[in-house]
Write a protein that binds this ligand. Structure first.
Ligand code: ZN
Length: 550
């Protein structure tokens, strides 16, 4: 299949508090998709950012006794800094309160919906949760409180602008049930379809300036109102592409290229913000006459030591962590990456979190995975192979030719084309190892096409297991002993075995790169002869000693 143009986004978290490990999950998932597609030659743009224009940011700033601007700037910077701590590769990061591209884009969306006759003024009275930034009908409350936050809701009565969501129920149903707007997993698609079938009510799309405390984007032509923070936040997916610049100035690198002109427009979101992304946002786009997202992948949440982190783990709608201070340390992705390493954190998130269902995060599980897989499994493989190469061949080994369909570092990042060299220099007993290498790219691609990160990580893992098995089966140290005793055939066979193992490690580096870019780079350096043989053996992933971090 020819290369595609793919626009990928994470949701944008509220910045009323610091990031937690649930945010890391979504960011890492989106990053894997972006790296994978770049590697296979697709054109990719990965977008992230922060949702600054929420009333809860105003309240959080009040509580700290600082200005809203100060709080938002500080916390938004911390979220942007996750790029480095988690080795993310987003191409753009929008802060909705300060990015000059955002307000004009939100205004343009508003005006387009107004031109369609979908915005009207109406007096409204309802029960509002500031934590969720949404109204709740009485029957969705739990003992009169927000079902997600367990906090009292406020009775709010005011005249607002309303969006005619009801008008789009039929179209949304058709688009989602036909798969034109694909929602994964299917259980989430069914949830959305049931919600639509229950009837869509128009929603309040603005707030009084007074209730918003003046924070946010004013409704065009009505300075008494600010635009509902969810409308504002959802707009980020196109405002960051300079949608607000209009038809004339939208450059080829902006909206026309990456939204209207993309083959796939993919949102990665948490389950708590599903309605906003699968109902409100597509309806706004339909009203504005713009293309819809093509896919929405909905991840579940993490618990930490068996407890909920918060009402929602990611995206607009995410809250401060609700854990006590002792557990807090174990949810901060920056602290986790600093203590255990970015590779260990990413690997747990990718290898242990299922596609469907919540997963429980604990430090023990993180360490167990890191030591079991990365230190013992992968680290041990690389160190054995490189040590064998040095013990018996002074580090100079001719790798077997690259199996079909695989990439080899360093070409990996730039060259996703299949190998063209014939793969007939592989030893006959390495057929399984070679077959695993040849299957891996397709297995990873298929897994990631259904947003199954765990299956993708497991597919790559097969290489480690097969290669370790091959070392055990061939016992290169015996071949070396026989060679020293004058067995020429044993020496030739040792060359082949080492060639197969070095080739496998090189492919491993390339295939694991979307998942663990840092470790992949170390593996690539360890297993590539960049002149004068392989580098001296060095551990690519030292064991995490519990005493060292206690
Ligand atoms: Zn709430």
């Amino acid at each position: 299949m020819s290369a595609q143009r793919i626009y990928l986004s994470t949701t944008i978290p509220y910045v009323n508090a610091k990031a937690h490990v649930g945010h890391a999950l979504e960011l890492v998932q989106a990053d894997v998709l972006a790296r994978h597609h770049r590697r296979i030659g697709d054109e990719v743009r990965l977008q992230s950012g922060t949702d600054d224009n929420s009333l809860k940011n105003v309240l959080a700033a009040d509580a700290e006794g600082i200005s809203t601007r100060e709080l938002v700037n500080r916390n938004a910077s911390a979220f942007a800094g996750l790029r480095e701590h988690l080795s993310l590769s987003f191409d753009d990061f929008i802060r909705t309160s300060s990015d000059p591209r955002h307000r004009p884009g939100v205004e343009r969306l508003w005006q387009a919906c107004q031109a369609s006759g979908d915005l009207y003024r109406r007096t409204y009275e309802g029960l509002y949760c500031v934590g969720c930034e949404q109204f709740y009908p009485q029957d969705e409350l739990a003992d009169g409180k927000c079902p997600d936050h367990g906090t009292p809701v406020q009775r709010v009565a005011e005249e607002n602008w309303f969006f005619r969501l009801s008008r789009y129920a039929g179209q949304l149903h058709d688009l989602i049930s036909s798969g034109q707007l694909r929602i994964e997993p299917a259980s989430r698609r069914n949830e959305v379809l049931a919600f639509i079938a229950g009837g869509l009510e128009d929603f309040s799309a603005s707030r009084s300036v007074a209730r918003a405390r003046g924070w946010g984007i004013k409704v065009p032509g009505d300075p008494s109102q600010v635009i509902y923070v969810w409308w504002d936040a959802l707009g980020n997916y196109v405002t960051a592409l300079n949608f607000g610049a209009g038809d004339d100035r939208a450059s080829s690198t902006g909206y026309e290229r990456w939204w209207a002109g993309a083959d796939r427009r993919v949102h990665v979101v948490g389950k708590g913000v599903l309605r906003f992304h699968a109902v409100y946002w597509p309806a706004i786009l339909l009203s504005a006459g713009q293309p819809l997202p093509t896919e929405i992948f909905v991840h579940d949440y993490l618990t930490v030591d068996g407890r909920k982190i918060s009402k929602s783990a990611a995206g607009p709608g995410s809250d401060s962590t609700a854990l006590d201070s002792t557990a807090q340390g174990s949810t901060d992705p920056v602290a986790l990456a600093a203590t255990y390493g970015t590779d260990a954190l990413r690997w747990w998130l990718l290898r242990d979190v299922p596609r469907v269902g919540d997963a429980d995060f604990t430090i023990d599980k993180l360490i167990g995975r890191a030591n079991g897989d990365l230190a013992n499994g992968l680290g041990n493989l690389i160190s054995r192979v490189v040590s064998l190469a040095h013990s018996y061949r002074n580090g100079v080994v001719k790798p077997c030719s690259r199996p079909l369909g695989t990439s080899r570092w360093l070409a990996a990042a730039a060259d996703g084309r299949p190998a063209t060299a014939p793969s007939d220099d592989w030893p006959a007993d390495a057929i399984e190892l070679r077959a695993t290498l040849e299957c891996t790219p397709a297995s990873v691609k298929a897994a990631l096409a259904r947003f199954d990160f765990r299956a993708g990580a497991s597919a790559v893992w097969e290489i480690v297991e097969q290669a370790n098995r091959y070392v055990e089966a061939t016992e290169p140290w015996h071949l070396a002993r026989a060679e020293r005793a004058g067995d020429v055939a044993a020496g030739q066979r040792l060359d082949q075995v080492l060639g197969a193992l070095v080739a496998a490690c090189q492919v491993l580096a390339a295939e694991i790169w979307p998942f663990l870019p840092d470790l992949a780079a170390r593996v690539a350096v360890a297993c590539n002869d960049l002149g004068g043989g392989l580098p001296k053996p060095q551990p690519v992933f030292p064991r995490i000693e519990v005493s060292q971090v206690a």
